[in-house]
Design a protein around this ligand. Structure first.
Ligand SMILES: C[S@@+](CC[C@H](N)C(=O)[O-])C[C@H]1O[C@@H](n2cnc3c(N)ncnc32)[C@H](O)[C@@H]1O
Length: 257
């Protein structure tokens, strides 16, 4: 049986508390979380491209302002909602899930006065997945895996929430010598909160792919990501060794029979 952590066993509490200290700055696009804000256009594009490739979104609809209409989306480790709101602005039905009460409060406060289809839930994925199996067209964990002690267990819990033929999306740093250096550089430039990223916790795309394959997922897309400081822009690059985005699709067991 796969190991499964319930009620907070799979969390690095010190890391979570450290991230919470930047609470007030989460919604400042030029604050310490500025890279998350500038990552939004690229990660949204990755999700749209992935859903077009798998036929969930029609190619001619990709630039529509309601491109996610009718899709149920789970944003795991949503933090203060920087990506969650962007997904909902394109009309997805979005659940933002995070165990940090402090960050979820910031997310809820920021949502006030906006008519976005978002619900925030303060819970661990390990608890949420029990009640929400096979529910979502899209489950995404963006910039979360690198903060999780047991990534295999975390990924398995996420996979449970994805519908057959639905997609799981990840963005995270790779674990290579190059990413060790780039982490040090971005920390030095104060573009990353000091000590919030531990290189040994980074996971490679092939490790993610292997875990997901065991859960009957096919990895269909991996793209390298690059951050250009000073102009504060993320772009796709062919090299996956620093940062990457990955999409995997849940295979329909019924169809396989
Ligand atoms: C760097 S933040 C990512 C923020 C957000 N995804 C974004 O891109 O704006 C990492 C988040 O993962 C959350 N997290 C840690 N352990 C978790 C778990 N077991 N289940 C769900 N979220 C978790 C933390 O509370 C934190 O908010």
């Amino acid at each position: 049986m796969e190991k499964s952590a319930r009620s907070g066993a799979n969390v690095d509490k010190d890391n979570m508390q450290l991230i919470e200290t930047t609470g007030a700055e989460w919604w400042d696009p030029s604050g310490i979380q500025m890279a998350l804000h500038s990552m939004n256009p690229l990660r949204i594009r990755f999700v749209i491209d992935g859903l077009v490739n798998t036929g969930v979104i029609k190619a001619e609809d990709r630039n529509k302002p309601d491109v996610f209409k009718g899709l149920n989306i789970l944003d795991v480790g949503c933090g203060a909602g920087v990506l969650t709101e962007a997904l909902a602005r394109l009309e997805g039905n979005v659940i933002g899930l995070d165990p940090s009460e402090e960050l979820v409060k910031i997310a809820r406060d920021h949502l006030k006065g906006q008519s976005l289809n978002v619900e925030y839930i303060t819970e661990f994925i390990e608890d949420y997945s029990i009640k929400n199996a096979d529910k979502y067209d899209v489950v995404i964990a963006s910039e979360v895996l690198e903060h999780i002690p047991d990534q295999k267990s975390f990924l398995i819990e996420m996979t449970k929430c994805v519908k057959p033929n639905g997609s799981l999306f990840i963005t995270t740093p790779n674990r290579t010598i190059v990413s060790w250096f780039t982490t040090k550089i971005v920390e030095f430039l104060k573009l990353l909160q000091k000590d919030s990223h531990v290189w040994s916790l980074y996971i490679t795309p092939s490790e993610v792919e292997e875990i997901l394959k065991e859960q009957n997922f096919e990895t269909v897309l991996v793209r390298g990501m690059w951050y250009t400081p000073f102009i504060n822009i993320f772009s796709f690059i062919p090299y996956h060794g620093i940062h990457y985005a990955l999409q995997a699709v849940k295979q329909d067991r019924k169809k396989q029979k």
